[in-house]
Write a protein that binds this ligand. Structure first.
Ligand SMILES: [Zn+2]
Length: 341
């Protein structure tokens, strides 16, 4: 079999069989010091696809950092067929500040791809990341969590109308796939549009390492590696049931109609039936409870974690399940605790 090729980026080259830890400059601070992101490139001796694994495009979304780090440093990749480009912390300024957006005019790095050499600070950073470490890849996975104060069950977001993206999304083996093309400037959207199929994995909440979700995501990465032949030892994972949520499904963010303190009665991943009580909103006097019920039967993909709301704030993300899937989930949830989902 022919050898793998070298991986090249601006200013460097990683030979087959070689691993490099790079601190790559993407900008400069107010002091003129470099802003550098950690990149680990693992180039297998055997040929295969080049895959990026990225996290912390939003600086306070930490679960994915641990997923990417464990793949790079704890997995035995001696027999890797292909190349891994691991970027555990893309948005270093926001990571240092422990906030979602770049602390420079609160720009969203994940709306700034593929970037530009001559535009805003965020787009210049995005450009350096994208040109060097995303564009050369054959496919990739970008790890996120819910926005601060909320949590979600692990799910994939992908444009299922693109067969190459759908193959990747299915290979990850999650129970839930939300089918959407995404927004302009999103890493997965721009990457997929320019020939590097990419998915977003959403998992849990910001500011945390959540072990059970990290393990679930690692199983997903292993399943993707099996699908594309990066590791001969693993097999593609079928999660037991799967629902692809598209525009045909009912889905909604239920919003609070009263301000107050929220008592959430279900965890992320729970199945609720039409009319079930999802949460109650109280105030410190407990004399004015508002009960929020499920408008249709579905899965609580995301729920509030920080239990305070103004009217209009989101309470939970409820998505409809088709009957066949719903029956499987009902069976599973009647016999198992919700956290196994
Ligand atoms: Zn995010």
């Amino acid at each position: 079999m022919a050898d793998n090729e070298a991986f090249t980026y601006n200013g460097g080259k990683v030979e087959p069989g070689e691993t490099q830890d790079i601190r790559y400059g993407i900008s400069e601070t107010y002091l003129g010091d470099p802003v550098r992101i950690p990149v680990t490139i693992i180039n297998g001796e055997r040929p295969g696809p080049t895959v990026f694994l990225s996290a912390a495009a939003h600086g306070d979304e930490l679960n994915g950092i641990e997923v990417v780090r464990e793949v790079a440093y704890e997995w035995d990749l001696a027999d890797l067929a292909g190349t891994l480009v691991c970027m555990p912390v893309m948005n270093v300024p926001a990571f240092l500040a422990q906030q979602r957006y770049l602390p420079i005019y609160d720009r969203d790095l994940n709306r700034s791809f593929p970037g530009s050499e001559t535009s805003t600070g965020a787009k210049r950073m995005a450009h350096r990341i994208y040109q060097n470490f995303i564009a050369p890849c054959d496919l990739g996975i970008d790890f996120h969590t819910s926005t601060r104060g909320r949590t979600n069950m692990l799910h994939v977001r992908a444009d299922m109308s693109d067969p190459a993206v759908a193959r990747l999304a299915n290979a990850f083996g999650s129970h839930v796939i939300i089918d959407s093309s995404g927004s302009s400037g999103m890493l997965r959207t721009e990457s997929s549009a320019s020939g590097t199929p990419a998915i977003t994995v959403e998992m849990g909440e910001a500011h945390r390492f959540q072990r059970e979700l990290i393990d679930e995501a690692l199983a997903g990465v292993e399943s993707v590696f099996a699908e594309y032949g990066l590791r001969g030892t693993s097999t593609v994972n079928w999660p037991g049931w799967r629902t692809v949520i598209s525009d045909e499904n009912e889905k909604t963010w239920l919003r609070a109609d009263a301000g107050g303190i929220v008592d959430m009665h279900h965890d992320r991943g729970a199945l609720v039936h039409e009319g079930d009580r999802i949460c109650t909103i109280t105030n410190p006097f407990k004399d004015d409870n508002v009960t929020v019920v499920a408008p249709f039967t579905g899965l609580l993909v995301g729920v509030l974690e920080n239990p305070v709301v103004y009217p209009g704030n989101p309470l939970c993300h409820l998505v409809e399940l088709k009957d066949k899937v719903r029956r499987v989930v009902e069976r599973e949830q009647s016999g198992a605790p919700e956290t196994t989902l």
